[in-house]
Ligand binder design. Structure first.
Ligand code: 3HC
Length: 311
């Protein structure tokens, strides 16, 4: 940006204001937002798979209807976020192609399998719960279109989290086999959901700049801690235990201490060696190919409509 552009940018950030698409902004601010927003959008789109996998097998029509609504919401969140990235000059096609090529990052959490119905409850309670912790502060991100997309997304995430909690509560209070199903799913999803917040602050290369630009409002570790503090009483209400022997209230800190996470697992998942990385990208590629006719039909319809309006 020009000198005056940079100083007006600095003034807006210092004053907790909003940067809008037409404002001048530093190139690395723009690049880091395209990085984060596109990855966020990819996460929403890939996130449809673990849950979509249970739509045909939901235990009741009621659960099926709720799950379909949730998966559709995730698709919508992806579209809002791709649109927010486009306001920064990113091309939708480039972002799509990067995901199809397996070159785009998306949240580590979606590389874990969903072998039982209880996983749908654990995903709602833990994954959407973590997403809410991470996304509420993003409603105050300095970039206008991202912050505004977050406000709408957070409202829908709250429904996602509640329905997950309710699934687990039903199972937990059901037969001993159902209780065990819920506990076993929480055992598998607890640690990976804590890793959603990113690496420890000491290993977080983007945090310093992201916080200076008021994109990231709280550090990875701060939000992770906030999430654990929220989870403990909810797990008690569910009658389920969190699989962490080091979890205990620390009166001095006023927070729960919790066990060390396996960051080598996190790094492996980010490097593409998670349980489902390959299958998630292959599924995306197949869906893109099989869905070509929908895109062509929509384009043909739009062209006809435009032609009619010309007459
Ligand atoms: N999964 C995959 N990659 C991750 C990650 C995770 N859980 N956590 C961090 N990373 C990556 C970062 O992208 C960065 O790599 P890059 O420089 O190539 O982009 C690297 O690890 C180092 O991490 P940093 O802490 O330095 O990176 P950030 O400052 O970007 O912080 C973040 C990471 C907290 C995830 C931040 O990017 C963020 O808040 N993103 C937006 C929110 C988001 O994506 N939430 C998860 C989506 S889940 C979801 O929304 C679906 C829900 O509806 C079910």
């Amino acid at each position: 940006p020009s000198a005056s552009g940079q100083s007006s940018f600095d003034r807006v950030i210092a004053g907790d204001g909003r940067i809008e698409p037409r404002d001048e902004m530093p190139d690395d601010y723009r690049k880091s937002l395209i990085r984060q927003i596109s990855q966020h959008a990819h996460s929403e789109i890939i996130g449809m798979q673990p849950e979509g996998n249970w739509i045909t097998r939901a235990p009741s029509l009621h659960r099926k209807a709720i799950l379909m609504a949730k998966v559709q919401d995730e698709a919508g969140h992806g579209l809002y976020l791709y649109s927010a990235a486009e306001t920064l000059g990113a091309s939708r096609e480039d972002m799509m192609q990067a995901l199809l090529a397996g070159k785009a990052r998306y949240s580590s959490i979606f590389n874990y399998p969903t072998p039982t119905w209880a996983d749908i409850g654990a995903i709602g309670w833990l994954v959407d719960g973590a997403a809410i912790c991470n996304q509420v502060p993003l409603c105050r991100a300095s970039y206008g279109p991202y912050a505004r997309a977050m406000i709408r997304i957070c409202k829908e995430e709250s429904f996602h989290q509640r329905q997950g909690f309710e699934i687990l509560l039903t199972l937990s209070r059901g037969t001993p086999a159902q209780h065990e199903l819920a506990q076993e799913a929480v055992n598998r999803w607890y640690a990976p959901s804590l890793m959603m917040f990113g690496p420890p602050d000491a290993d977080s290369p983007n945090s310093a700049k992201s916080m200076a630009w008021k994109i990231k409002r709280f550090s990875n570790d701060e939000l992770r801690q906030r999430f654990v503090d929220m989870l403990v009483p909810q797990a008690q209400a569910l009658g389920l235990t969190l699989p962490d022997p080091d979890l205990r209230w620390n009166a001095e800190r006023g927070h729960y201490d919790f066990g060390e996470l396996d960051w080598s697992e996190f790094k492996a998942v980010l490097a593409g060696q998670g349980q489902c990385n390959v299958q998630r990208v292959e599924h995306r590629r197949r869906a893109h190919t099989e869905g070509a006719w929908v895109r062509e039909a929509a384009m043909a319809h739009a062209a006809k409509k435009a032609a009619r309006q010309q007459q």
